[in-house]
Design a protein around this ligand. Structure first.
Ligand code: SAH
Length: 268
């Protein structure tokens, strides 16, 4: 079943849009990463890039307790879901969800205290994303993001093929750390997402959703084959999760300008 087939994406979104999150992550990990951002102002200005349906956006709003969040995703139905959830959670004055491209988020430069992004920056390439974030943060601002990394050599071919499709430039922990530093950030801390963060809000609801849709599509061979294909990902994770990980990184912009091009030449 080719991902060029429009039917693939129809069923893919029918599964993914209904999940609390569209990638690994949970509230406990968000709280731990937020705890590493020690010098945040009391009411921070936050940007959530690639927010999906906003599982982490809403948790972050509750964990921070004050300030504002602008949440951006390029997939309009996910933003519509988040827009519906915001007033239900009493967050209409603090959280705004908009359709946009994280490569060109249309937000004022140097204006954010914290940029958050779970499982999304890789979509535009990590280094490009780090450059975008560098421009949007104020000096001393934080960047908290998750990214997939390899953790064992020689993965089974089906694991390799899955990541080659989804994230061909995926590296190792040290590659991400080097990218963070070379793009002008200080690394504050990092930790590996525990296995439950893959299941709670992501693979467990995904398997439940796939099972529901198997009933709906019982007489539709094409849709059933796509569901089989989507069901492989949690199954591969059960067998081979030792080969890769999701790492939470917290980085910070230095308080003084860190890049040569940002340092003004002294006037003669
Ligand atoms: N942060 C969410 C969603 C992760 S899935 C969570 O952890 O649950 C990755 C998200 O990135 C998807 O919702 C996808 O629509 C979004 N995305 C991909 N490319 C994007 C881009 N260029 N700009 C904005 N969002 C993008």
């Amino acid at each position: 079943m080719s991902e060029a087939n429009p039917r693939f994406w129809e069923i893919f979104f029918e599964v993914y849009e209904s999940l609390p999150r569209q990638g690994p992550g949970n509230r406990a990990c968000a709280a731990r990463a937020l705890g590493l951002c020690r010098d945040l102002p009391q009411a921070p200005a936050i940007l959530d890039l690639g927010c999906g349906v906003g599982g982490q956006t809403l948790q972050l709003a509750e964990l921070v307790g004050a300030g504002s969040i602008v949440a951006i995703d390029s997939h309009p139905p996910s933003i519509e879901r988040l827009q519906a959830a915001i007033p239900e959670r009493g967050l209409a004055r603090r959280v705004r969800a908009i359709v946009g491209d994280m490569a060109h988020p249309g937000q004022p430069q140097g204006s954010f205290d914290l940029i958050w992004s779970e499982g999304a920056l890789y979509n535009i390439g990590l280094r490009k994303a780090l450059d975008v974030c560098h421009g949007l943060l104020r000096p001393g601002g934080y960047l908290a993001f998750t990214d997939a990394v390899w953790r064992r050599k020689n993965p089974p071919p089906e694991v390799r093929a899955g990541f080659d499709q989804e994230y061909p430039t995926m590296g190792w922990l040290e590659d991400d750390v080097a990218a963070i530093q070379e793009c002008g950030f200080e690394l504050v801390g990092h930790f590996t997402l525990p296995d439950e963060a893959w299941w709670e809000d992501f693979y467990t609801p995904m398997e439940t959703r796939i099972a529901e849709l198997r009933g709906k599509y019982a007489n539709d061979a094409e849709a059933s084959a796509i569901l089989d294909q989507l069901a492989e990902e949690p199954e591969l994770h059960r067998r081979y999760s030792g080969f890769y990980a999701y790492e939470f990184f917290v980085a910070r912009l230095p308080l003084a300008p860190s890049r040569p091009e940002m340092i003004q030449a002294p006037s003669q």
